[in-house]
Design a protein around this ligand. Structure first.
Ligand code: ADP
Ligand code: MG
Length: 289
């Protein structure tokens, strides 16, 4: 149990992101290692503070083997907010893809199953993640994949998110994994709850694991906001390479269905043959094949 921030010694920097830095830290008494995300506010606005508080609230509520576990939320110096989370020693899927570039389908199926289990849990708690991408999927030495970074997540009230449901609200970071409906101002007023957006993002991530690069624009294209938005909203159906199995192709098409009303749900995907066919274990993610 971590009682205070002063019990933690910083060992290294694990990552930088929007509004904060993540450190590897050691708990002095137990020698246990954690990740500590420090969101700093000296420079900053009420909006970020608000979002950080929301991240803290979500982290404290979630308890699933498929979601990075939180071991404490603390107030740091000068109003910083700090979260201690379970240290994921193999880094993020983004880091792994930089080394291995592509993953075999059976490994992708394992990643898919774990993330879907995580989404099933979160969506069951009415939490929309809203920022699934390789750098927010963390891996440990057992090859387990867990969902992290609730920095832009929302809790859905009733049927819709009340304007914050996951559509065109202001957004920091990349829009590359965002679903088409999130670019559409009309979605905001309707009954869109945002869950289908997480399914789209997962589809993009898994296709990227097969293709070896971001899959919705061509290799030479610049990934600026306008190019990405055009590809996501107006591009044809995703190109799944011929190297893909029929099951994988069908799975990806169900995730990347442009009309969110027709897109597969998490439940449907969990019984899709691509993930249901058995060999979707964590094994292989850390192999150096
Ligand atoms: P941001 O909101 O800045 O994107 P994240 O929570 O996604 O913050 O963390 C940024 C990066 O720090 C991640 O992509 C990952 O590389 C690293 N990181 C974050 N949390 C952990 C953790 N629990 N274990 C290991 N690495 C982590
Ligand atoms: Mg992140």
């Amino acid at each position: 149990l971590i009682e205070s921030l002063s019990d933690l010694d910083k060992l290294a920097v694990l990552g930088h992101g929007n509004g904060g830095t993540v450190y590897k830290v050691r708990h002095r008494n137990s020698s246990a290692v954690f990740a500590l995300k420090v969101l700093c506010f000296d420079c900053d606005t009420i909006a970020i503070r608000h979002q950080a508080t929301r991240e803290a609230e979500i982290l404290k509520r979630v308890n699933s083997p498929h979601v990075v576990r939180c071991h404490g939320v603390f107030d740091g110096q000068s109003g910083d907010l700090c979260f201690a989370t379970e240290y994921m020693d193999a880094g993020s899927l983004h880091d792994l893809l930089r080394i291995r570039r592509i993953l075999p389908e059976r490994v992708i199926a394992g990643v898919a199953r774990r993330v879907l289990e995580g989404l099933k849990y979160l969506h069951g708690m009415r939490i929309v993640h809203r920022d699934l991408k390789p750098s927010n999927l963390l891996v440990n030495g057992l090859g387990e994949v867990k969902i992290a970074d609730f920095g832009v997540s929302r809790v859905v009230a009733g049927d819709t998110c009340g304007g914050g449901g996951g559509c065109c609200d202001s957004y920091v970071g990349t829009c590359a994994y965002m679903s088409p409906e999130r670019f559409d101002p009309d979605t905001c007023g309707g009954r869109y709850d945002g869950f289908a957006g997480d399914v789209w993002s997962l589809g993009v991530v898994l296709l990227e694991c097969h293709v070896g690069r971001y899959p919705l624009i061509s290799a030479g294209q610049r990934a600026d906001w306008a190019t990405l938005m055009c590809a996501i909203c107006f591009g044809g159906p995703p190109e799944v390479p011929e190297t893909a199995s029929e099951e994988f192709e069908s799975f990806i098409r169900r995730c990347l269905e442009k009309d969110w009303r027709r897109r597969a749900t998490v439940q449907e995907l969990l019984s899709h043959p691509f993930v249901a066919r058995g060999h979707s274990s964590a094994q292989g993610l850390l192999d150096n094949a």
